[in-house]
Ligand binder design. Structure first.
Ligand SMILES: Cc1cc2nc3c(=O)[nH]c(=O)nc-3n(C[C@H](O)[C@H](O)[C@H](O)COP(=O)(O)O)c2cc1C
Length: 316
């Protein structure tokens, strides 16, 4: 059996897989463009970019994706530049906007005015209902197994039935999905599609450094841990000297601050640590990763990864 197509607010992707937005600078034009070209929804992470950089990434991703490719942006509500980044994406004619890490009422209006579907990342039925009431085109139910900032302590198996029962709009499942069998289970449960992050971070087209990708290949279940983030949410990352320091509450001093977050507890500078890891300093940088990272044993191309997911789905 083939995977069903995924339609969100009138935009249809042949493959019901959204590549999760991954900041800072992990999911850029090469990754998003390749995913969209392969039939999924490619997502550029806007958090940590300037509006001008994001505009350029969208144009580059479109060039790779081709005319039918669906390209979205993911922007964290917690980012100080949230409005400017959403506006730049809408001005560039983005296919959909995905927002998480906080709730903004205003973004619904900006997207409505631009006639662009808005997708909200939720960790509960309550927030899913709120998103639907404000006009979200779909919600992404993201669970505790996911990489990056976490908005719930619920597993995907607990969260999905709760969110599916609470809204009529499409529900996308995210968190810990690492093969086509799981995608099949979730679609049969009622999911319209899935969002996957970690497996795409470890592809050829991901803009993470080789060192970052190698940590994914080499990690074991004991290496996947929770860290505190100055955003005020826990984050899932791989064990390294920085994560161990954070665990001991031995916070590295802030070297310079660009006030990138609306609210920051200033324990340490997360953007600096995410950029360090993206660029290859995987001792002093923060290597965000979901539980699925333990299933990464090689670095495939996006096309190879999507082919594998489709074959597993068909044989499930
Ligand atoms: C390195 C990394 C960076 C991430 N950055 C973001 C982000 O900027 N915004 C966001 O909404 N989610 C972010 N996420 C979450 C992913 O978009 C995705 O929802 C999540 O990874 C799904 O779980 P999985 O990794 O188990 O597939 C990030 C995840 C990873 C692994």
């Amino acid at each position: 059996m083939e995977m069903p197509a995924l339609t969100i607010g009138g935009r249809t992707a042949r493959v019901p897989v959204i590549q999760g937005g991954m900041a800072v600078r992990i999911s850029m034009a090469p990754l998003a463009g390749a995913v969209a070209r392969a039939g999924g929804i490619g997502v550029i992470a806007g958090s940590g970019l300037t509006p001008e950089e994001l505009t350029a990434e969208i144009a580059a991703a479109r060039g790779i994706a081709g005319p039918d490719g669906v390209i979205g942006v993911n922007i964290m509500v917690a980012i100080a530049r949230f409005k400017g980044l959403v506006q730049a994406s809408l001005d560039a004619g983005i296919d959909l906007v995905i927002a998480g890490a906080g709730f903004s009422r205003e973004v619904f209006q900006w997207c409505r005015e631009a006639d662009t579907p808005l997708v909200i990342i939720v960790g509960s039925d309550r927030v899913a209902q709120l998103a639907q009431r404000f006009g979200a085109a779909a919600v992404i139910a993201e669970s505790f197994e996911a990489g990056g900032h976490l908005g719930t302590e619920k597993s995907l198996t607990e969260l999905m039935p709760e969110v599916l029962a609470s809204v009529d709009i499409p529900v996308i499942a995210a968190g810990g999905i690492h093969d086509g069998h799981r995608i099949r289970e979730l679609i049969e449960m009622g999911a319209a599609g899935v969002q996957m992050g970690s497996l795409f971070a470890a592809t050829v087209e991901s803009s993470a450094s080789a060192e970052f990708k190698r940590m994914y290949v080499e990690c074991t279940a004991d290496d996947v841990m929770l860290v505190k983030s100055p955003v005020g949410l826990p984050g899932r990352a791989l064990r390294n000297p920085l994560a161990m320091r954070l665990d001991r509450q031995d916070y590295p001093p802030i070297e310079s601050c660009v006030a990138c977050l609306k609210k920051c507890n200033r324990e340490y500078c997360i953007i600096d640590k995410l950029i360090k890891a993206q660029q290859g300093d995987v001792d002093a940088g923060l290597v965000f990763a979901g539980e699925s990272a333990v299933h990464v044993s090689e670095i495939p191309t996006v096309a190879q990864l999507i082919d594998r997911l489709q074959a597993e789905y068909a044989s499930a």
